[in-house]
Design a protein around this ligand. Structure first.
Ligand SMILES: [Zn+2]
Length: 150
């Protein structure tokens, strides 16, 4: 495929003219499907996004939904770190912060502050876990609906 267009930025017009190779791969259920080869990096991709050049999401550093999902995991990691510091080896799903016992040698005020901090982190971790479950549930439902159509 050949792309030809004009780009106007800050009053300057630039003519773009380049090729985007297309490759084909066989489909599971027969036939072939086309892919673009990203003009920047050569990756085989289903979609190109427009910027000054059309390129793949890696080249344009676009955030993907799965990467945002990874961000949601962070309170969970934080919860584990705080729990380890409190000598607790159970996660927020099995042991609420208020049931953690004070490690020997730790001051009560320090302990209470850490537990309070953990309760806030756990609340966010729980929210993230629920959001992730919602995503999984939607994907399962979509897959189930697709299977039912076969
Ligand atoms: Zn690329």
């Amino acid at each position: 495929m050949r792309l030809r267009y004009q780009l106007t930025r800050q009053g300057k017009t630039e003519a773009k003219d380049y090729r985007v190779p297309i490759t084909w791969t066989p489909c599971h259920l027969g036939g072939n499907r086309p892919w673009f080869l990203c003009p920047c990096c050569g990756r085989r991709v289903a979609k190109l996004y427009s910027s000054t050049l059309f390129a793949c999401r890696h080249c344009l550093r676009l955030n993907y939904r799965s990467q945002q999902a990874n961000k949601r995991d962070r309170p969970c990691d934080r919860s584990w770190d705080l729990r380890r510091a409190l000598g607790c080896d159970e996660g927020f799903l099995s042991l609420p912060a208020e049931y953690i016992t004070k490690p020997k040698g730790m001051h009560w005020r320090t302990f209470e502050r850490k537990v309070e901090q953990l309760r806030r982190v756990d609340a966010r971790a729980l929210g993230a876990a629920q959001a992730m479950l919602g995503t999984i549930e939607r994907k399962v439902n979509t897959a189930r609906a697709a299977l039912a159509r076969c």
